[in-house]
Design a protein around this ligand. Structure first.
Ligand code: SF4
Length: 371
């Protein structure tokens, strides 16, 4: 298939790996920001192609994983209110709140529906004027324009029975936060290609300069990722620092101008709480005041719901690249995709789910030997 096969070409992968080995002279720690990239790395065993000096750590780029527990509890509370139909994407359905999850509530008769787009929720609001339709949408810059469009269309249609409960977070402030940690070991980043498809990469240039870190905008196929790693290491080995666009078949420096304008029109920047990590200043979007009528948090007055995270889940450490999922004592035993303790075990982009799917046998081999 065009645009896929050439990026899974085994010969090219071997050539990139050989070049990487040839130019690497010392230890380097790189972070891939996006959970989609983490899954590709584990699925294709890309880390097995890297020289031993290069360590890849996994970043916080999993939308479901970084959604604060209190927001999930707020959504679950709204779902139980009379006259409400709560809609959300499928990957949110099994994410545990502090007491239950959406799938369990649905099985108990609460009207919760999976949708493929926030615009499906707007259409539902049009068809069912006697119900309050809430779309619970979480994500990074990639999915924010669709949420913005849903509110814009609902406002244009005068649909007051549609509202958005959203946690939309931004990558550049997260990079700043990670680099500002006193024990940060990250020396270069693979930035997420799909985020930069929307936002471009102008915002990454001052970060690269301020922290002297190479940043390479990278795609998701094996050739993309190895080529991204190669371009970061080339810079590190030569002492140069810049933002490079490996994903240039899709990403432009300025991004998608119309989508960025839509985001500007509907949202303002706000501080956001990242699950397991804490509050990161100016790291998310919230609806502008003129769209308050479509803001579910205000409409249903759930902003006061606060929830404490489970002390047993190491998701924050995993998402900051300070621990691997297999370092967590609950991994694969108490916490597994059937009974997840934390969101990284649920989401298709979560690092814990990726390790469980692709690495469980080897990571638990030691334990089996001991039994
Ligand atoms: S294995 Fe489960 S409990 Fe441990 S960090 Fe991952 S999600 Fe949290």
């Amino acid at each position: 298939m065009k645009y896929q096969d050439e990026y899974r070409d085994a010969d090219l992968v071997r050539r990139l790996a050989a070049e990487l080995e040839h130019i690497t002279t010392r230890d380097w720690t790189l972070m891939e920001i996006c959970g989609g990239q983490t899954h590709s790395i584990l699925k294709y065993g890309i880390d097995d192609f890297l020289p031993p000096e290069i360590r890849l750590v996994h970043g916080p780029g999993c939308p479901v994983c970084v959604t604060p527990l209190e927001l999930i509890d707020q959504a679950l509370t709204i779902a139980r209110m009379p006259g409400v139909i709560l809609t959300t994407f499928g990957d949110m359905m099994r994410v545990p709140g502090s007491e239950t999850d959406f799938l369990t509530l649905k099985a108990n008769g609460v009207d919760i529906r999976m949708v493929y787009s926030p615009l499906d929720a707007v259409r539902l609001a049009e068809r069912t004027p006697d119900k309050e339709i809430v779309f619970f949408g979480v994500g990074f810059e990639t999915t924010s324009p669709a949420n913005a469009m849903a509110v814009k269309v609902a406002a244009q249609l005068g649909l007051r029975n549609f509202s958005l409960l959203a946690s939309q977070v931004l990558v550049p402030p997260a990079i700043r936060f990670l680099m500002s940690q006193p024990d940060c070991e990250i020396q270069g980043f693979l930035a997420a290609g799909h985020v930069c498809t929307v936002m471009g990469y102008e915002e990454y240039e001052p970060l690269a300069e301020e922290f002297s870190i190479p940043i390479v905008v990278t795609g998701f196929e094996p050739v993309d990722i190895l080529s991204g790693v190669l371009q970061v290491v080339r810079q590190l080995e030569s002492g140069s620092v810049s933002v490079v666009n490996q994903y240039n078949r899709i990403v432009r420096r300025e991004g998608n101008v119309q989508a960025r304008q839509l985001l500007k029109d509907l949202f303002t920047i706000t501080d956001r709480n990242w699950r397991g990590i804490g509050e990161i200043p100016s790291s998310g979007f919230r609806l502008r005041e003129e769209y308050a009528a479509w803001d579910a948090e205000k409409k249903f007055n759930v902003g006061s719901i606060k929830t404490k995270e489970s002390a047993d889940c190491m998701a924050g450490q995993v998402m900051m690249g300070k621990a691997e999922p297999t370092d967590c004592p609950l991994f694969g035993t108490v916490c597994n995709p059937e009974r997840p303790v934390g969101a990284p075990m649920v989401s298709s982009e979560g690092a814990c789910a990726a390790y469980f799917t692709y690495r469980r046998r080897e990571s638990m081999a030691g334990e089996t030997d001991q039994i």
